[in-house]
Write a protein that binds this ligand. Sequence first.
Ligand code: FAD
Length: 458
Amino acid sequence: MTVPIVLFTADLRVHDHPPLHTALAASGEVVPLFVRDPAIDAAGFAPPNRRAFLADCLGDLDAALRGRGGRLVVRSGDTVEEVCRVAAEVGADEVHMSAGVSRFALAREARLREALASAGRRLRVHDAVTTVVPPGAVTPAGSDHFAVFTPYFRRWSQVLPRTPLPAPRAVPVPDGVASEGLPSRASVTGVSKGLAAGGESVGRRRATAWWRTGAADYADRHDDLAGDATSRFSPHLHFGTLSPAELVHRARLVGGAGPEAFVRQLCWRDFHHQVLAARPAAAVADYRTRHDRWRSGTAAADEITAWKRGRTGYPVVDAAMRQLAHEGWMHNRGRLLAACFLVKTLYVDWRVGARHFLDLLVDGDVADNQLNWQWVAGTGTDTRPNRVLNPVTQGRRYDPEGVYVRRWVPELGGIAGAAVHEPWKLPAPERARYDYPGPVVTLSEGRERFRRARGLAD
Ligand code: FAD
């Protein structure tokens, strides 16, 4: 019997891991492999925050495997070449991996299948590891994917997720398979100061705490900017240190309005993944074009810089952008407001904002990021593509005491309550005390410009 390889990608865990489980059941010994592929860096998908989090995840995965008698084998190079090399070294007949959805992942999978087949080996791709329901498993009549969330959610909810698999007790790995050293977080420069720690152990501890204290109130509190009451599972779901199927399973066992609302959010994740799997071009091109002629030139460039720095003069937008810079993560309501401000009020191409988010977000994910940006820009799946969120009314609603703004924009710390959302309304002498810019554009000007550009009547 030959030793199968388990190629880890966006599934850096030992719990509920179908490729690992199947390979072990078949052979009793496996080679757990991770390939550090420079093509991912070259494509701009490995900025410092995600490299640092990945280093944590690999260290934790290696420790989990060592605790079970094995270890992680790490190689660097082109994934296909490295997997084939290891397969030849250990005489593996089969390579197991989880299915991906991005153009990059699908192309890698196809190349790997072909290269292995030409050497008489087999690639086994496992579905429903990185999503709850595999892309394409539910489709509407006459199409290969759902373009609207609500009907997708209805059908998705009827699919029973896999029963989660336990972590294997032992993971025997043959001796003599060479491995590079593990990357370390300390060697990565340019990391956000407040970046969370990565790894399956951290993720599972967070999940335990969440089911105990956070989930029940989720439906009421998920939009509370200052309360920070969401799960913060997104980086763990991106790197696969938590299993989405296991989370749904658990939520349904716990039951109640909070867990139900939480499951709906996990469905949004699957929704975007099935759109991207069917339309890989949506990562870079409008999913539904509105024929926008986005602003460019010096004025737009200055405003983009102000947006990135958290100096637009709109406190809730600036607070969100500073949270992103400091933590490599941003609250969902902050993401909606910051993104809407860029694409609609400033009328700047969604790709500019999406790139900046991908450069900083620890959960930066092609499907979730690009398709959420398109949703906000009205070029994606939103059924109300021209809605414009007002950062002042939204700030007052979701940060009624101004706590979130004062946390991230400390120069406005002297303004009490919700007045912090409109510093320009303060009397001039008082306003002058704060080192904070005036608005880059008035909201009415921005809104009119956007409506004109989209050919909408006032
Ligand atoms: P919770 O509220 O606890 O939700 C639980 C999980 O549901 C999340 O971890 C996430 O996996 C999923 N989820 C929640 N909302 C969404 C959503 N709108 N779309 C897809 N999945 C969702 N999420 C990413 O994971 N990566 C991204 O790169 C990303 N970019 C975004 C860009 C913009 C402009 C916007 C508006 C949203 C983006 N999101 C992205 C979605 C969402 O903001 C984050 O998933 C969420 O804020 C993560 O926090 P949480 O884990 O506490 O979420």
